[in-house]
Design a protein around this ligand. Structure first.
Ligand code: GDP
Length: 412
């Protein structure tokens, strides 16, 4: 049988709006939860959810992340949700990049603070495709009017981040009752769109960014007898061939690619997604380090003097002001960077600048800021090379903010 294409899915939205319930019920409907987990004759879904309930009472979080399910068309992996400890960092460093997200909004509550925050986050993290699940329709008597009200609220939010509501699927659902998960529900005959699983099958699988400039963030540098220095990393964008001239930045050393290795085999070239070790003529172990980025000498990685960024503050116990210097995690680099200027705060409802030159920004705020790395680092504009232009800001052992680079001022 032909191998199915694969998509990573994130479930985002305000706490208690039904993300876990939706994932649990979806896994069940897709046949991904093993039969032995279910009792004969029981209402199967209830049984699974009751089990989740028990686990919760015992204080154990059932890990619905990293669960896999399939439809006729694709294989899916559910990736971690925001709120889980390392979600943002894992998304940004590529460990669990989501190809699409289902934004869950409860019909009774409508848009809530985390609905906005996660919508901004989805954009910051480069998630191109969104499906809006308007959940808990059973709690509003399956009312079409209420559905339309919430749909309008969410549409405003979508416009504020530059997405077109008309090309975004909206689905009225009850995760609890199972309405519109696999088949269209008789409880909402007024709805003429797709059930969730049908909408998932209309998503577009990610394309390998082979046409972008070559970028390989370095994870480690080894010294191997008989080969020499072997930097190791995953190709994010572009193609590297044996014989190419490459440069490592900010180290500034360059040479010709002698060999490319993957799983102990040599290959003539490497493409996006490949985890490789390679050897470059004349580049020694002490010339380069983790956080450097390899690219073609003719189209070298950008070393940022300063950059303009859009950031979302996720969980900061205090406020962020000019002068704040936390650690930025971007590709494999970890570099302390200073907030030089808070240029404007954005209104999450409209995406428009709400205040220019705010004195501070706090949890839940989105803003345009000016950043200066304390030492040389590679940063690309997210619009040009998306995976190289996203970052997580860590401080006090947690991810306090996430952002993307809008404009970079080159060191040279
Ligand atoms: P999460 O925090 O977004 O993961 O939300 P949960 O999945 O934990 O759901 C929060 C609460 O809402 C739980 O008590 C669920 O049983 C309930 N819930 C979730 N979806 C629905 C739904 O479609 N209808 C109703 N009536 N309750 C729901």
């Amino acid at each position: 049988a032909k191998e199915k294409e694969h998509l990573n899915l994130a479930f985002i939205g305000h706490v208690d709006h039904g993300k876990s319930t939706l994932v649990g019920h979806l896994l069940l409907k897709a046949g991904a939860i093993a039969e032995q987990q279910l009792d004969e004759g029981e209402d199967k879904f209830r049984f699974v959810m009751d089990k989740l309930g028990e686990e919760r009472e015992r204080g154990v979080t059932i890990d619905l992340a990293h669960q896999k399910f399939s439809t006729n068309k694709y294989d899916y992996t559910v990736v971690d949700c925001p709120g889980h400890r390392d979600f943002v960092k894992n998304m940004i460093t590529g460990a669990s990049q989501a190809d699409a997200a289902v934004l869950v909004v409860a019909a009774n509550d409508g848009v809530m603070p985390q609905t906005k925050e996660h919508m901004f986050l989805s954009m910051t993290l480069g998630i191109k495709q969104l499906i809006i699940a308007i959940n808990k329709m059973d709690m509003v008597d399956y009312s079409e009017d209420r559905y339309n009200e919430v749909k309008d609220e969410v549409s405003d939010l979508l416009r504020s981040i530059g997405r077109d509501p008309a090309s975004t699927p909206f689905i009225p659902m009850s995760a609890f009752e199972g309405d519109n998960i696999k088949e269209l529900s008789g409880n909402m005959s007024w709805y003429k769109g797709d059930a969730l699983m049908t909408a998932l099958d209309k998503l577009v699988p990610p394309e390998k960014p082979v046409d972008l400039p070559l970028r390989i963030p370095i994870q480690d540098v080894y010294s191997i007898t008989g080969v020499g220095t072997v930097p190791v990393g995953r190709v994010e964008t572009g193609i590297m061939k044996q014989g190419d001239n490459v440069i490592f930045e900010p180290a500034g050393v360059s040479g010709e690619v002698k060999s490319i290795e993957m799983h102990h085999e040599t290959f003539p070239e490497a493409e996006p997604g490949d985890n490789i070790g390679f050897n470059v003529r004349g580049v020694g172990k002490n010339d380069i380090r983790r956080g450097d980025v390899a690219g073609h000498t003719a189209d070298a990685p950008t070393v940022a003097k300063e950059f303009t960024a859009q950031v979302v503050v996720l969980q900061h116990p205090g406020v962020i002001t000019v002068g704040y210097t936390p650690v930025f995690h971007c590709h494999t680099s970890q570099t302390a960077c200073t907030f030089l200027d808070l240029t404007s705060k954005l209104d999450p409802a409209t995406g428009q600048p709400e205040a220019t030159k705010p004195d501070f920004i706090k949890t839940g705020d989105a803003a345009i800021v000016q950043i200066k790395p304390t030492k040389p680092m590679v940063m690309e504009e997210a619009a040009n090379i998306p995976p190289m232009g996203r970052f997580a800001i860590r401080d006090m052992g947690q991810t306090v903010a996430a952002g993307l680079c809008l404009k970079v001022t080159d060191k040279k």
